[in-house]
Design a protein around this ligand. Structure first.
Ligand code: CDM
Ligand code: ATP
Length: 296
């Protein structure tokens, strides 16, 4: 096998996100539910004759050497060298980037996760899912989730994952047109860091017969982000007229759940022209999950 084309890197939504503490290294302890959705970037991998790792698509604002895709590929390549004493073939990586950066949709993390899974298959390196998750975590707190590949209740900094059921619903997502730097939100003096712990079954029982999150949890980062980025506040207020609108991750995107596609379409038709809006369906599994060799 010389190439793997059309590898999906789906986005995630944080259905709720509680900040429950802070570690001595400054990272925050979270409780969240990660939901995969059927919208994302698409990556293409072609092996090279030499051992170079190259991103062959220009991504505005992200130099090749800083790209999480390239950094993830290098880490896996180094791990293969450590295990076998031989460098695997280099790779050209192309990306169809559609997810906004600093959108809270986990785009960069998902790209990196797909890279680790695809190269594990192309190089036949045989690493387990857990080993790939361990390689990814230092690059981004959301990477282990994308490799885990199921709707997940997450704790720690997002790396302690348990599969959980969530409704098979539709989401309307609004991109308010700003990019939110995650670190700026977490370092704010206004961030509350002491939300009481919930237990996973609280979430499951709340969600048993409904798609609406109303009454369960919140996104603790939202208060800080809406204060710093007024367009995020405007999007929450606008979408909030149709249901429980919440921010995902550290923002900027805002989402709301709907039982049916028709309801989502009706709201989407009204999104003000100044914003980008789209719908997506909840995914219970990562689309690469069903492909053999991507992690075992
Ligand atoms: C907030 C979430 O979107 C929830 O899904 C993610 O945990 C953020 O993940 P991410 O964008 O991949 O962020 P990272 O690159 O890991 O971290 C960026 C910065 O955010 C802060 N950060 C991030 C995650 C976390 N649990 N605590 C933190 O304090 C740290 O200052 C870190 O330097
Ligand atoms: N392949 C990549 N795609 C997007 N961003 C990347 C990539 N590689 C590095 N980055 C950097 O990571 C930053 C965060 O991008 P990303 O799209 O993951 O944010 P996000 O959706 O807010 O993520 P999260 O929900 O994890 O906070 C970008 O601003 C960019 O500088």
């Amino acid at each position: 096998m010389r190439a793997l084309n059309n590898c999906p890197a789906p986005a995630k939504l944080n259905l709720f996100l509680h900040v429950t503490g802070r570690r001595p290294d400054g990272y925050h302890l979270l409780q969240t539910v990660f939901q995969l959705i059927d919208r994302g970037d698409v990556l293409h991998f072609t092996l090279r004759e030499d051992d170079a790792i190259r991103r062959v698509t220009d991504v505005p604002g992200v130099p090749e050497q800083d790209d999480l895709i390239v950094r993830a590929a290098r880490l896996l390549q180094a791990e293969v060298v450590r295990r076998t004493g031989r460098a695997p073939a280099g790779v050209d990586i192309a990306i169809d980037k559609i997810l906004p950066m600093g959108g809270g949709l986990g785009g960069g993390s998902s790209d990196a996760a797909t890279t680790l899974m695809a190269l594990n298959a192309l190089w036949q390196s045989g690493l387990s899912r857990q080993e790939l998750m361990d390689i990814g975590l230092p690059l981004g707190a959301d990477i282990p989730f994308f490799i885990f590949g199921r709707t997940a209740f997450a704790e720690g900094v997002g790396e302690a994952l348990r599969e959980v059921d969530a409704p098979d619903c539709w989401y309307v997502v609004i991109e308010p047109g700003v990019s939110v730097p995650t670190a700026k939100i977490f370092t704010s003096e206004h961030l509350t860091r002491n939300t009481p712990l919930v237990i996973m079954s609280d979430f499951s029982s709340h969600y048993a017969n409904r798609s609406d999150l109303r009454g369960f949890g919140r996104n603790d980062l939202q208060q800080v982000a809406t204060r710093l980025f007024p367009p995020v506040a405007e999007a929450v207020e606008w979408l909030g007229a149709y249901g429980d609108a919440r921010m995902t991750g550290s923002g900027a995107c805002v989402f709301c759940a709907f039982d049916g596609e028709d309801e989502a379409d009706a709201v989407l038709a009204k999104v003000p022209a100044a914003w980008t809006g789209w719908k997506a369906k909840a995914l219970a599994h990562h689309p690469l999950d069903a492909v053999p060799g991507f992690g075992k």
